[in-house]
Design a protein around this ligand. Structure first.
Ligand code: HEC
Ligand code: HEC
Length: 171
């Protein structure tokens, strides 16, 4: 607590010494627009990839066993209902090879909570694909991401095996 007070007093002295200017609300944050009103705040122009499935190039995984990002257009494909999931029309293991799509991995056809394989299709927790897999837009990030992943094998840059390694470090 004493240390803390010293810092506060020190900070005040420094501000007085250098005649600290107040900062307007437009200068706070990365958007450089007033905090109180968003009327004039414009989003950066961005466009999601519009290549049809089958014509796009897959991305390298962001890190080992990261959910792969979606390289193709998802327009019209994300209206998930209880009975319909268009992603699985191409990504379910039975059809994926025929359409040149990556099949969902073993982790998606396994019910982790009850620790058993699901009988049919994917586990309920995997139904809403875009909860974890996101399409990508080409834009200039306001803050550069300097994260550098380390992969333990060449394969893990483009494929995943979470279910095989899920207990690593646990057991
Ligand atoms: C008409 C078939 C089709 C549909 C529908 C489809 N995909 Fe794909 N998807 C593909 C193909 C083919 C690829 C491989 C890249 C390519 O050829 O465009 C792919 C690639 C991907 C990848 C990258 C896989 C990797 O190994 O990096 C992800 C993630 C993905 N799709 C998720 C989805 C999701 C989520 C949906 C639903 C919103 C969806 N896809 C709907 C065919 C499809
Ligand atoms: C709760 C988050 C989550 C949901 C929901 C989810 N995924 Fe994944 N997905 C992941 C993660 C994490 C990985 C990579 C690790 C793993 O599971 O092997 C992955 C991997 C994949 C891969 C790559 C497989 C490989 O062998 O490299 C495909 C394709 C995929 N998911 C498609 C889908 C589709 C289609 C759906 C919807 C039916 C879906 N995912 C739902 C998190 C999710």
């Amino acid at each position: 607590m004493k240390m803390m007070n010293l810092f506060v007093v020190g900070g005040l002295l420094v501000s007085f010494a250098f005649g600290a200017k107040s900062i307007s609300e437009d200068e706070i944050g990365l958007r450089r627009t007033p905090l109180q009103s968003e009327d004039k705040t414009k989003l950066q122009d961005f466009k999601y990839g519009d290549k049809a499935p089958g014509e796009s190039q897959v991305f390298e995984r962001a890190y080992e066993n990261a959910p792969p990002m979606i390289p193709h257009d998802v327009e019209g494909l994300t209206d998930f209902t209880q009975d319909s999931n268009m992603c699985l029309d191409c990504h379910s293991p039975e059809v994926a090879a025929d359409v040149g799509a990556t099949p969902v991995p073993k982790s998606h056809t396994y019910d982790l909570r009850h620790q058993q394989a699901v009988q049919d299709g994917v586990a309920d927790s995997r139904w809403n694909c875009t909860q974890c897999h996101a399409p990508q837009a080409d834009l200039k990030p306001a803050v550069q991401n300097n994260f550098k992943p380390i992969y333990r094998s060449k394969e893990s840059k483009k494929s995943s095996n979470l279910l095989d390694v899920i207990n690593e470090g646990v057991q």
